[in-house]
Write a new protein. Structure first.
Length: 401
């Protein structure tokens, strides 16, 4: 198991000492995180790393997932989409599944912790079905700046029961919520298999294992097959780019157990681009493999994140940490990470030509690509590593407990 002192050399000793000092004051406190999947997507990625470090510094930290029926996850995915601004017929929101599932979860899940941290809308109503006697925090990972109003009003019923809500960006702050809203940006773990340094030999192994040809520069997007990640839009950008520079596109997308839309979107991309796939100009990878993601991010000539909405965008941070030049949408939490032309390039995702031009600029100018990558890695070191994230959680826990 990892421990905080292993981050020495990546962050300053001051950061490490601060974490220990705060951790001591929380020693043997009992905290629980609740979300809806152990695998797939950014929330699970963060919790796999954060929970271990919270335990390492002496906070007894657990992690549970709310299980669900397909009906429950279809409803919660519709909620997720509508909270990010998609239109919605409220009749399609099965409140009985949503609340009933959480009510049942409460029968199986007994809460006697000192603090409960609930992630995203799936387990949000759980609070209604337990005897609340401690601070509860709702950690919202999505962009809620323009939610479907009726749905927002409905989920507010549950949010109002919480003591604090965490959001990833000041833009997501809601004026209609009387509870405290705290900004904590997500992070990556530089020591996790997905982000740790790996040798050229290991990279070669994964590239060979996944049968990835290296004869052309690689454009890469790593993302669940999700409408907000716009995989078909990435293909359209790729088609424009390869008119000028011969390259290959890899779309790598695993499945999250709480996302029922992935298979259908994958199928669309596969069917609509059969010719590119047959010629191996476009590779679709669906394997779940952190070291493979690590290797892919290191061999890419350019990494894309053409999201239409993005609460934060860990895939951007991950590529930046590997000093890759990134072209990413100027939406949601991404502009917090990318200062355009310094730590990557920000683009309007609706403007395919602009996206293609940014990619081409990187592919044609190695020195520029290198400068972007170097700036990116340093920016992530300063702002988006798990040590900063952990410290901010500790500060919040010290306040609420
Ligand atoms: N991811 C992965 N394999 C894939 C696709 C995504 O491991 O095929 C990981 C990715 O590396 C990142 C997380 O899933 O750690 C996605 O987080 P992000 O914040 O980018 O998006 P979300 O899926 O939460 O919307």
């Amino acid at each position: 198991m990892k421990s905080v002192d292993e981050y020495r050399g990546i962050v300053s000793d001051k950061v490490i000492a601060e974490i220990y000092a705060k951790g001591t004051r929380l020693n043997k406190r009992h905290v629980i995180h609740i979300n809806s999947t152990y695998q797939g997507g950014g929330v699970a990625e963060i919790l796999h790393n954060l929970v271990i470090l919270m335990n390492d510094i002496g906070i007894d930290t657990g992690w549970r997932i709310v299980p669900g029926t397909p009906g429950f996850f279809t409803t919660t995915k519709r909620m997720h989409n509508a909270l990010q601004g998609e239109s919605l017929d409220m009749k399609l929101i099965h409140k009985d599944y949503y609340q009933g599932n959480n009510e049942k979860f409460a029968v199986f899940t007994h809460i006697d912790h000192d603090c409960v941290i609930v992630h995203d809308p799936q387990p949000l109503p759980f609070i209604k079905y337990v005897h609340k006697k401690q601070p509860w925090i709702w950690r919202c990972h999505i962009d809620i700046s323009n939610p479907h109003e009726e749905l927002w009003d409905y989920i507010k019923t549950f949010i109002l029961r919480y003591d604090v809500m965490i959001i990833s960006d000041g833009k997501y702050r809601r004026n209609d919520l009387p509870i405290e809203q705290r900004i904590i940006m997500p992070s990556i773990d530089p020591l996790s298999p997905k982000n740790c340094d790996i040798s050229q030999q290991e990279i070669d192994h994964y590239i060979e294992y996944y049968n990835i040809p290296l004869d052309k520069p690689i454009m890469l997007q790593i993302s669940r097959f999700d409408k907000w990640k716009d995989p078909q839009g990435v293909v359209e950008v790729f088609k424009r780019v390869r008119k000028e520079v011969d390259c290959r596109l890899i779309l790598c997308g695993n499945a999250a157990t709480d996302d029922p839309e992935g298979a259908e979107i994958y199928q669309h991309v596969a069917t609509d681009n059969q010719d590119l796939i047959e010629k191996r100009e476009l590779l679709l990878i669906t394997a779940e493999d952190n070291l493979m993601v690590n290797a892919l991010q290191r061999i890419a000539a350019v990494v894309l994140q053409k999201s239409l909405r993005e609460g934060f965008g860990l895939t951007v941070t991950e590529a930046m940490w590997k000093a890759r030049p990134v072209v990413a949408s100027n939406v949601g939490g991404i502009p917090n990470q990318i200062q355009s032309n310094k730590t990557g390039i920000l683009v309007d995702p609706a403007n395919f030509d602009e996206c293609a031009e940014a990619v081409l600029r990187i592919l044609k100018d190695e020195a520029f690509a290198h400068r972007l990558g170097a700036g990116a890695r340093e920016f992530v070191r300063q702002h988006f590593l798990i040590t900063r994230h952990l410290r901010e959680y500790l500060e919040l826990l010290l306040e609420v407990l």
